[in-house]
Write a protein of this length. Structure first.
Length: 83
């Protein structure tokens, strides 16, 4: 698997001179900020799609509570029984 930090630093070396061409008095996120935001948006979209697929596979059936349990004892004792 390639080293991602090396490619990230290489990209930064090429993008930083582009940022220096902008006006020093103007503060903007620029192209790099847009790229980071777009990558994060695509990542969140992919995670939501994956979560939706995984939640669709869940087959959960809640078991029924047995009748005549602790609730009936609490009523018979006058409400003093605790769960």
């Amino acid at each position: 698997m390639p080293d991602m930090s090396a490619s990230a630093s290489l990209a930064m070396i090429h993008l930083v001179p582009l940022a220096k061409e902008l006006d020093e008095d103007k503060v903007t996120p620029g192209v790099l900020g847009f790229i980071v935001f777009a990558v994060m948006a695509v990542a969140v979209w992919g995670l939501m799609k994956s979560m939706n697929r995984h939640m669709g596979r869940v087959d959960f059936v809640e078991p029924e509570e047995p009748r005549g349990g602790a609730e009936d004892v609490a009523v018979a004792d006058g409400g003093t029984a605790r769960r």
